[in-house]
Design a protein around this ligand. Sequence first.
Ligand code: SF4
Length: 463
Amino acid sequence: MATFQDGLPDLTRTNPETGTGPEVYVETYGCQMNVYDSQVIEDLLERNGYRLGENDMAADVILLNTCSVRDLAEHKVISRVGEIRHRRSKAGLPQPLIGICGCMAERLGKDLRKGPRRVDLVVGVDSYDTLPDILRELTDDQIRSVPEAMRTQIGHRKDSHYVAPPALYPTNNSHLVTIHKGCDYKCTYCIVPYTRGPQSEKAPDTILDEIRGIVDAGGREVTLLGQNVTAYRWGEDLDFAGLIEMVAGVNGLERIRFLTGHPKDMHPHLMDTIGRLDKVCPWLHLPVQSGSDRVLRRMKRLYTSGDYLEMVDYARRVIPDVTFSADVIVGFPGETESDFQDTLEVVRRVKYDQLFSFKYSERPGVPAARLEDDVSVDEKKRRLAELIKVQEDVWIGEAAGQIGKVWTVVAEGLARRPAGSWKLRTPNNRKVVLHGASLEIGQQVRVRITESTNTTFVGELLA
Ligand code: SF4
């Protein structure tokens, strides 16, 4: 059920003609928070009589749930609007209503209603409850004109929180559970505090009810989601460590993952808790962004590379089998070759399983936009390529050490290829493929690792 935590409209009303309304197709861009929000949107619309479509050629309404983190992500969405219009007109089909939801809606607002690629409606991250009514007006033939003000719904409501329906749409067999929204940190390159607003926590009881609902519906694994989950705080006493302790107490739940943490909030107390609770998977995604203290200061990341490495060492001591992944930005304004080499050094030291590396992309309005973007595009590309190569070498070494190891893994579904193979995941988030096995989604089996290919291992089933 899509609903709100406190004092906001009751979204549970259901149109008596459920399933006979216009067909809506939701396309998701960006992070897991958007995946979760798309589930909320779909549930909300379905409960209000809309049909959910599976492709852009048949739908009456197409909603693009968007990301603003990088310039490229926004360009993709604008091109996609043009592509949809073109494909529909080439096929002689009526034009759908196109709406932009999510971060781009918050950042660009009414501007998305202008120009050749203008869309029909713009709905930001805290306004999805308005969608059923707006769409009803926009799709009603009797209503000739919908007021312009109604077509753009943006702005933040701190205490509104969505709850996605239980058990639907697990991502890799893990059910996403948003525990808070927004962010109070002000990393100088980041658009999130502006598009998602200030940090606001979902109440612990709401989170626990949502997870119990997932377990009742057969789910066994949750991923606690937020821009900055490790900064979760409810009242004076409950921090993220306390929250995962409460979540671990949910009967029937077997695994807890979380995304994304901030290195500054990885206190020993939190790492001790993660290491102590069997249900919490030993995988930490902790964006380092740079290995240079000078750059980290300019990014306002609130830790030094020394703090970060100390935290990694501590985690390795107290969290058995812990693995790490991170985000890195290359070519931040003022980044010198020596700063970049510091980043490579951190990557070699930490030995990440996975690195999500990006060239710095200036976002209008953020503090870093006032700094001169002085690393050339070619130099950014070169640094990115070098970083990727260093990470590949790190991983090849790490992966070789895994051959022959035995893991208990969870089946997530059929692999895309080869046919008949299964994809599984270790508790510390490593992907394993098993050929020729007959499994069920969610089943736990023991495998021995026999080889590795890129970031995926191949395993053999043990009795
Ligand atoms: S902590 Fe993450 S979401 Fe918050 S401002 Fe920094 S990068 Fe953005």
